[in-house]
Design a protein around this ligand. Structure first.
Ligand code: HEM
Length: 516
């Protein structure tokens, strides 16, 4: 998940609070905000933990605009833990093994509360009476039960031919050769697959609807400015935009449900599974929206980065290329090369017949490349809130009731004492040598909140890599068309930038169809 947020909220436009109306409003209602914006009993800063002094009133807005550097700088300057404030919220930042274990496993640290206040999580559809509380009360179990149900092996298997149709349709416009921006085009393919796998055939089969959903999601993300999230009750342009976009999405999902009811129409898809299992309309809409928000951003961006890392590492590109070729020879025999559109159709048709269990269990090298890509390109800051009335220990620090705690994945993933030479792409580092343990990895979460979409996300990446590598040879080029040998660092800082572009430039995948 993040990353914009783990659950996909993002905005490139929040570096400064641009909306002067909000500033005026904020100042005017500040006193009320301090009293009203927290329902938890905040007892103040943790004793003995260094505090990062910051600007009065608003506190440390770099936490929103520049998170990676802000957290790193703080840890470097102040030691293994520090705290800071944003509006009236105290946030404790922790690092180290014990803190990580406590953070990930404590039952009184709420995942939902952490992201809800500081990130907005998913769009609220409360104004149209959807019940987001079901997600909050039982945390992940409400969502997990439904994910497990729609991704049951036999159901997934029946969905696979449509999924390969989607990938094929996404690739067709690429033609024989050309270039595309992977953070746009691969993202779009993943978006289509996520709509297919989490909602209805009617929406997934309608390119105009898919485009509209994408726009709504982006508008929601863009409108998730810190100001609008932290003082969410304050009328603002952002708040209005979020409500408008989430209402439009709600209506699109609801329309499908209404039409199925009036026409007595059925489909073999996730929406039908949820209807047949007796979920309410609001449950179904809510599920589809959460799945879309949680699923798209991370997977879309990671799939693009996997292809880019491979392009700049000839050894791994060849290894994964061979893996794909062997896989195809084994499971789609007779297929030689995708040098024509017919061949691409044929490849998609053949790959779609491969059982999902085979996809899950094979293509191990691709799996390792995804893991390494997440380690390098994904710079999550996990958030929790202490929802117990008592203080709780995280590492050596005490977290008062109502306070927030943040743990950066970079504490392990970009740490040279855990991963030697962390900016080197080396998927084999995840394979433990004899008698050694694999290094700690939190890219799919861990403890009480492991990623619920991991299984599907891994499949998506394998499907896209298999189709793309079987059909095309490619390289990464910069805006001037020059081949890029070494990828720049992903933009870890601007976590609100959905695309996580490397600093300062757009990179393209330049491709040409493989020939016999
Ligand atoms: C490459 C793709 C993905 C990555 C790297 C990723 C990463 C993560 C991480 C690190 C967490 C834990 C966050 C924390 O502890 O604060 C998480 C949680 C979660 N992920 Fe993913 N995710 C991905 C794809 C997906 C997809 C496709 C879905 C949707 C179906 C999804 C749904 C969720 C949900 C619902 C949670 C919250 C679990 C809970 O509440 O316990 N993720 N993900």
């Amino acid at each position: 998940m993040s990353n914009a947020s783990i659950l996909g909220t993002s905005s490139t436009s929040i570096v400064a609070i641009k909306d002067t109306a909000i500033i005026g409003g904020l100042l005017a209602v500040l006193a009320v905000a301090f009293a009203a914006s927290s329902t938890w009993n905040t007892k103040g800063a943790s004793k003995g933990i260094p505090t990062l002094r910051g600007p009065p009133i608003f506190g440390h807005w770099r936490f929103f605009s520049d998170r990676y550097a802000f957290i790193n700088d703080g840890l470097k300057k102040l030691g293994s833990a520090f705290q800071f404030t944003v509006l009236n919220h105290t946030v404790l930042v922790v690092s180290g093994e014990q803190a990580r274990t406590d953070f990930l496993n404590s039952s009184t640290l709420s995942f939902r509360e952490g992201y809800k206040v500081l990130f907005g999580v998913t769009p609220s559809v409360r104004h149209v009476k959807a019940n987001f509380d079901s997600f909050e009360s039982s945390e992940a179990s409400w969502f997990a039960k439904r994910v497990v149900s729609i991704l049951r092996r036999d159901r997934l298997q029946r969905m696979i031919p449509r999924i390969f149709d989607d990938i094929r349709a996404g690739m067709k416009p690429w033609g024989i050769s050309g270039q595309f921006d992977p953070l746009e085009d691969i993202y779009d393919v993943v978006f289509q697959l996520t709509v297919r796998a989490s909602s209805s055939t009617e929406l997934a089969n309608d390119p105009v609807a898919v485009k509209k959903l994408k726009h709504c999601l982006h508008d929601c993300e863009k409108a998730s400015s810190p100001a609008s999230l932290l003082v969410s009750w304050l009328p603002s342009k952002d708040r209005k935009q979020r409500q408008k976009s989430s209402k439009e999405m709600y209506q699109m999902f609801k329309k499908v449900l209404d039409e199925r009811k009036t026409m007595g129409h059925r489909e073999d898809d996730p929406t039908q599974v949820l209807i047949d299992e007796g979920n309410t309309d609001n449950d179904i809409v809510e599920f589809s929206m959460i799945a879309l928000f949680a699923g798209v951003a991370n997977t879309g961006i990671m799939a693009a980065w996997v292809l880019m890392y491979l392009a700049t590492d000839p050894v791994w590109k060849a290894k994964v290329g061979d893996e794909v070729q062997n896989f195809i020879t084994k499971y789609a025999p007779g297929f030689e090369t995708a040098d024509s559109d017919d061949q691409i159709d044929n490849l998609a048709a053949q790959l779609s017949k491969i059982p999902s269990i085979v996809w899950e269990e094979e293509m191990e090298l691709t799996d390792l490349c995804l893991r390494e890509t997440i380690r390098m390109a994904q710079s999550s800051v996990f958030l929790r809130r202490n929802v117990s009335p008592e203080e709780v220990k995280v590492g050596g620090a005490s977290l008062a009731s109502g306070e927030f705690v943040a743990y950066p994945s970079a504490d392990v993933h970009h740490n040279p004492t855990v991963y030697e030479d962390p900016s080197r792409f080396d998927p084999m580092r995840h394979v433990p040598k004899e008698k050694e343990k694999a290094p700690p990895f939190v890219g799919w979460g861990a403890g009480r909140h492991p990623c619920l979409g991991m299984r599907f996300a891994k499949l998506e990446v394998k499907w896209i890599v298999a189709m793309f590598l079987a059909a095309y040879d490619y390289e990464v080029v910069n805006e001037a068309g020059k081949v890029v040998q070494t990828l720049p660092e992903p933009n870890h800082n601007n976590i609100f930038d959905r695309t996580k572009r490397p600093e300062g430039e757009t990179l393209y995948i330049k491709y040409h169809r493989k020939t016999t």
